[in-house]
Design a protein around this ligand. Structure first.
Ligand code: NCD
Length: 337
């Protein structure tokens, strides 16, 4: 497959879409984190708005359910001063049979500048950026089991702000790796940012085959997997994506892979605990840990706004540069009507 970074970058290497962490270099990921750091500061101010997307139109299109991702994208766009439209797919013409492509073409005709898309099909965001509306900045808010790069980057921001450099860290990702679009992008981002010890922990039935080539270690024993780690990332069981029974029962899963206070003692004493949410208490994590002093779960939500502001402002400025370059090139196929 061609390098996915090519589709995401302008000719001069600026971000213009954000589809996956895969293929982006360390400098780009660090630029996103540095920019997000400056937005964390803005988030603490009395007035939280900046004019970077003033006059720009952002459309949120969520074809799958979402609470955190959708609301933090909406807030991020508003804090960047964009005009924001969140289309409720259940009441839109998509439910009358209009195809996704027609919906997008209509929204583009309204001179939208950015689409934030969550879709159940892996590859949906790539397809749209490549084939449908390349002159609209496409931000992937989760596509099937494939990628969820803004979640991965907010996780990286959480780790960097609480643990510093990635090189010396040991990070365990625990649970349903196979169905998780989050895990995949986390692995790409952690590797690119220099993390040497990435451990995937879970039952064999929930390990995907793509990981063999990713330079990570695999652990079916939870105590061994989180032994001495700095960061424990818990994942939700994606039962909605499971076509067959992958587990004996939720109780058995919790007994083997649930993060309890007792089990967390295996990790470093100052280890942090993360989870993208929604959390299932008593299935993948004990309440005492989710609400405990090592938990970063609510901090992650706040960092999500800052990271999304960073990515949206960077992609918008790259997209504008690309449009200007296309407008001055008489042979360009990407001219905007
Ligand atoms: C994740 C998602 O949707 O992929 N959640 C999120 O974006 N906050 C993980 C999940 O649903 O388990």
């Amino acid at each position: 497959m061609s390098n996915p970074a090519n589709l995401q970058l302008t000719q001069s290497g600026e971000l213009r879409h954000f589809l996956t962490a895969e293929g982006l270099d360390r400098l780009m990921l660090e630029r996103i984190l540095d920019t997000a750091d400056s937005f964390v500061v803005i988030g603490h101010q009395e007035v939280k708005k900046v004019p970077l997307l003033r006059g720009r139109t952002v459309v949120n299109l969520f074809f799958e359910n979402s609470t955190r991702t959708r609301s933090t994208f909406e807030l991020a766009a508003q804090r960047l001063s964009a005009d924001v439209l969140t289309l409720d797919i259940k009441t839109s013409a998509t439910s009358k049979g209009e195809s996704l492509l027609d919906t997008l073409r209509n929204l583009r005709a309204m001179h939208s500048d950015m689409f934030v898309i969550r879709h159940g099909d892996s590859g949906a965001a790539h397809f749209i950026a490549q084939q449908v509306t390349p002159d609209v900045a496409i931000i992937n808010a989760g596509d099937g089991r494939h990628a969820h790069p803004t979640q991965a980057m907010l996780d990286m921001l959480t780790i960097r702000r609480h643990k510093g450099k990635f090189e010396p860290l040991s990070v365990a990702i625990v649970g349903d790796i196979m169905h998780s679009r989050v895990a995949r992008d986390q692995i790409h981002a952690l590797k690119t940012l220099g993390c040497k010890d990435i451990r995937l922990v879970g039952p064999n039935t929930l390990m995907p085959n793509y990981i063999d080539s990713m330079g990570v270690s695999i652990h079916t024993d939870m105590n061994q997997g989180i032994d001495g780690v700095d960061v424990v990332i818990m994942l939700r069981l994606q039962t909605e994506r499971m076509a067959a029974a992958f587990l004996p029962s939720a109780g058995e899963y919790f007994r083997l892979y649930g993060l309890t206070r007792q089990r967390l003692k295996q990790a470093k004493p100052d280890a942090i605990v993360m989870h993208p949410g929604p959390i299932n208490r008593g299935i993948e994590i004990e309440s005492a840990v989710a609400d405990g002093p090592q938990s970063m779960i609510l901090n992650q939500v706040g960092y999500g706004i800052a990271v999304r502001m960073a990515i949206m402002s960077m992609a918008m400025s790259g997209q504008i540069q690309q449009r200007q370059a296309s407008a001055s090139n008489p042979l360009s196929a990407e001219k905007r009507s």
